[in-house]
Design a protein around this ligand. Structure first.
Ligand code: 5GP
Ligand code: ZN
Length: 114
């Protein structure tokens, strides 16, 4: 997708350090971290948001959740806990319209979120 910043990160056009990569997704540190750990898990396929995802995309989302859980275990903060966030469209606070899942960890999360 032209002019999509996350497609450019996925393709390597914008060089980034991936903390995780497989055939379906990449993961990299957020530019503006909201916690000591703030990693974005991003499917390689361009999908605008959950709102426009097709049935076949949900298999990838399941694998992304699995990868996040494994990453949290590997990094050692799984037992303490963490949060996964997916912002959808304007009222959900979505800024980048290439679907992504925030993994946020390393501090006490609050509820309700802002
Ligand atoms: P959203 O609000 O769409 O759910 O989240 C977008 C996230 O992407 C924000 O947390 C923002 O800091 C992050 N972000 C935006 N542009 C870049 C970038 O070029 N590189 C990285 N690493 N993160 C970005
Ligand atoms: Zn994209």
């Amino acid at each position: 997708m032209e002019n999509c910043i996350f497609c450019k990160i996925v393709s390597g056009e914008i060089p980034s350090d991936f903390v995780y990569e497989d055939d379906l997704m990449v993961a990299f540190n957020d530019l503006n971290p909201q916690a000591p750990t703030h990693v974005l898990f991003v499917p390689k396929k361009h999908i605008d948001s959950l709102d426009t995802a097709s049935d076949e995309d949900f298999e990838a989302f399941g694998k992304i959740f699995k990868a996040i859980g494994e990453y949290a275990k590997k990094e050692g903060f799984s037992e303490d806990g963490y949060r996964i966030v997916n912002n959808v469209n304007k009222m959900g606070g979505q800024d980048v319209y290439h679907i992504h899942f925030h993994l946020i960890a390393g501090r006490q999360m609050q509820w309700p979120p802002g």
